[in-house]
Design a protein around this ligand. Structure first.
Ligand code: ZN
Ligand code: ZN
Length: 411
């Protein structure tokens, strides 16, 4: 039974610069051969002109309308960090930061580098604060450090995501007080809890060993925690139920891992997949091909194209595409026996350095998929293909139909 390998270049879409795009310029013989044998088109990840975030776009691509299921990035981020979330839990993205004596943020990332033992020490302080919160407010708190200064905070209880950020999103400004964003008692309680945690952390972080060390070396202190992006865990019917598809995702980025997990995919990691433009794909490609035997759908997320785009690095973006293609080369014959989808979750043009709202190219290869006359995967060519112009939400039903897994609509 054939399965589907879905390669997604995050922010892979682009606008022509001197007439070419990174997809057009990249030497990618495997992808281009499959393209020449399959169907191409262009895809509006959400709908024409909407500038997607990676989270909303991935939801749409996995077949879940983001206008219905997107509840803020916090919940997906927390899932991706390995926390178990229940429907109704409220999650925040957090930064460890440095404030001056007046509480003004001087570094939103506390020097950016936070060592593992420092992160563990912060987690244990947060656990203490969490116990107090539980006693005082009846809300349970879980905090987890992810990478460097980043972390996630989850609240469980009579809480609400309708609460403002404490992160001022800029240096030179004071840490904000969380405000309830509606009149509910849950929003009020959540704001109280967030403000309690913020103040307790400011006070008690003075005693961290990490800060004694940092102070003696003149490094930025970890003396504030900034919260943003409150989101609640939505009720999501898993992929397997909704599309009858068993899915696996290989991704290095917490946010994408979180979205994949939220829709019920099994998560896998591979060596070399850290989420930067320097990632290596040999292990990921090998794993993906192995997983094709066990899953209907294997999703491989490539973050480097987006990272290079935000840096304005055309050559770097081309390199990521070429490295991924080279990693697939040993498996060309196996891929030709399966289905392959190649696309992007949105454009991040090198010249703009931000996500934009135009459609991105998409390619679908399969032994029984129509062969159109497009021989190269790119923005400049795929619009001529047999898939025409589709939406992100159309991808999963298309995959399920080719795999023979979808239910008939009507009789
Ligand atoms: Zn993205
Ligand atoms: Zn991006």
């Amino acid at each position: 039974m054939p399965s589907v390998l879905w390669v997604l270049f995050d922010g892979g879409g682009d606008r022509p610069k001197n007439g070419v795009t990174p997809f057009f310029a990249a030497l990618k013989p495997v992808i281009d051969k499959l393209t020449s044998l399959g169907s191409c088109g262009i895809m509006d990840p959400i709908s024409p002109g909407v500038r997607p975030g990676s989270d909303t776009s991935h939801l749409a691509l996995f077949g879940y309308d983001p206008y219905k299921y997107y509840t803020g990035r916090g919940a997906f981020e927390a899932l991706g960090a390995g926390l178990e979330l229940r429907p109704g839990d409220v999650a925040f993205r957090t930064n460890l930061a440095t404030v001056d004596a007046r509480g003004i943020v001087v570094d939103r990332r506390a020097g950016r580098y936070v060592a593992l033992e420092e992160a563990r020490e912060v987690e244990s302080l947060m656990a203490d604060i969490g116990e107090e919160v539980e006693r005082k407010f009846g809300v349970s708190v879980v905090y987890k450090s992810t990478v460097e200064h980043r972390g996630v905070l989850v609240l469980r209880g009579a809480v609400s995501h309708k609460v403002s950020d404490t992160d001022p999103h800029a240096t030179g400004e004071a840490v904000r007080r969380a405000q309830p964003l509606d009149a509910s008692s849950e929003a009020k309680l959540t704001a109280d809890v967030v403000n309690y945690i913020t103040e307790a952390f400011a006070e008690r972080s003075k005693g961290l060993e990490a800060n004694k060390r940092r102070a003696s070396r003149g490094e930025p202190l970890i003396n504030a925690v900034l919260l943003r992006g409150a989101g609640y865990m939505p009720e999501i019917e898993p992929l397997r139920k909704r599309y009858n598809v068993r899915g696996a995702a290989i991704a290095g980025v917490a946010l994408i891992r979180g979205v994949a997990k939220a829709v019920g995919m099994d998560l896998y990691s591979a060596e070399g997949l850290g989420g930067t433009k320097f990632d290596k794909f040999e292990e990921a490609a090998k794993l993906a091909v192995e997983l094709l035997k066990r899953y209907d759908l294997v999703f491989l997320h490539v973050k480097g194209t987006d990272s290079a785009s935000h840096d304005g690095d055309f050559r770097g973006k081309v390199d990521v595409i070429e490295r991924l293609d080279a990693a697939l080369r040993p498996y060309e014959a196996i891929l030709e026996e399966n289905y392959v989808v190649v696309t992007s979750d949105h454009a991040t043009p090198i010249l703009v350095r931000e996500h934009t709202g135009e459609p991105v190219p998409i390619m679908l290869y399969g032994p029984d998929v129509v062969r159109d006359d497009v021989g190269k995967f790119s923005e400049l060519t795929c619009w001529r293909g047999a898939l025409g112009r589709i939406r992100g939400l159309d991808v999963m039903p298309t995959i399920a139909s080719y795999l023979g897994l979808s239910e008939k609509f009507g009789e």
